[in-house]
Ligand binder design. Structure first.
Ligand code: PHE
Length: 350
């Protein structure tokens, strides 16, 4: 009997010691397989008497059942452990947020352009767009900047195929050509009224868009934005320019705590001309003069190229830098960040 108990104990230990299902099946074969220890004991009964066979056989069976029970318990424990580790490996935290597709947003400069359009729109300005590939005529000549004018050298640009030598195509260096394009359309529409002496409705337009120059550093990018403004009527003066631009800046920066300075300057297409500087009276930029636009009274030659009589029609134009305005509004000090396309930077403006 002790021998059978020892056998059962040995089997239990072997089963416990089995690390994998394969080990367990090997251990099982040792004890209750075809040539296992139990089978051997059964065979060993052949020489016994009938009575002895009964008691011995019953005892061996009890031992065999104990071994089978231990085997099943171990199999179940292994399956359970396997299941647990699988559940752990495939653990799913249902409280984590799902993977959503990020919502897009507008580029900070686009946000500025939208603001500019809304503000000037509220002052009765139309919004016009024009081509980025311009002709020499619209970009320079019609703006009183003939071929050998020294001012052209400040507007070095990229020439593109498609024009002629006499009329080359180029990437526009400013949005000022839109003064001519828009005015010519406007004048065409109102030609009859103009010729009859009744006069035309005023031209009031802004023209935002991309412009290009051979220029690149922290405050200049070869591609940048401008927004042109033009107001032509019979009685539009520099005073109106001051009022409109001051109003615009205060609305744009949501502050009355800033002053404007019109600093005499030169542009071939305006006379007199002025750079517009602003100065914040408080905040991080307080005290510094910051240039935000070029401006002036539209030159008589330009008014003529619009198809109008400069003796009767007069007005002002300005060209401002939305990129610069965006930098000031958000406190960004490197213009190139706007055009690097880094989403971590750009998504901060949403
Ligand atoms: N086009 C000028 C520039 O790019 C700015 C300007 C526009 C000046 C309109 C006067 C009037 O520098």
């Amino acid at each position: 009997m002790d021998e059978l108990n020892a056998l059962v104990d040995g089997a239990k230990q072997a089963f416990e010691g089995a690390g994998t299902p394969a080990d367990l099946e090997n251990a099982k074969a040792l004890y209750i397989g075809k040539s296992g220890r139990i089978t051997e004991l059964m065979k060993g009964m052949a020489a016994l008497s009938v009575d002895e066979k009964k008691t011995r056989g019953a005892a061996i069976n009890v031992a065999k059942q104990a071994i089978e029970a231990a085997l099943n318990a171990r199999r179940q424990a292994m399956a359970e452990a396997e299941l647990q580790s699988q559940l752990k490996a495939e653990a799913l935290d249902v409280s984590l947020p799902g993977r959503r597709r990020g919502a897009g947003g507008l580029h900070p400069v686009s946000l500025t352009l939208e603001r500019i359009e809304a503000i000037f729109g509220s002052m009765g300005f139309d919004v016009a767009e024009g081509p980025e590939i311009e002709t020499d005529w619209f970009n320079f000549t019609a703006l009183n900047t003939p071929e050998d004018h020294p001012a052209r050298s400040m507007h070095d640009t990229f020439y593109v195929e498609g024009g002629t030598e006499a009329a080359p195509h180029l990437l526009r260096t400013h949005t000022s050509p839109m003064q001519i394009r828009y005015a010519v359309q406007h004048v065409k529409k109102h030609r009859a009224a103009i010729d009859s002496g009744a006069g035309m409705p005023e031209i009031r337009v802004i023209a935002p868009g991309r412009t290009y120059r051979v220029d690149s550093d922290a405050t200049h990018s070869p591609m940048f934005h401008q927004c042109e403004g033009l107001w032509i009527g019979e009685n539009v003066s520099f005073k109106d320019l001051k009022v409109v631009f001051t109003d615009f800046c205060r609305t744009f920066f949501e502050s009355h705590d800033l002053v404007l300075r019109f600093r005499p300057s030169f542009f071939p297409f305006t006379e007199p001309s002025a750079e517009v500087d602003i100065q914040f009276q408080s905040g991080p930029l307080a005290g510094r003069w910051l240039e935000v636009a070029g401006s002036g009274q539209v030159h008589p030659n330009v008014v003529r190229n619009m198809g109008l009589d400069p003796e009767r029609y007069i007005g002002f134009a300005f060209g401002m830098g939305p990129d610069r305005l965006t930098m000031l509004r958000y406190g960004v000090n490197d213009l190139r960040l706007f055009f690097d396309g880094d989403v971590r930077f750009l998504s901060q403006f949403q």
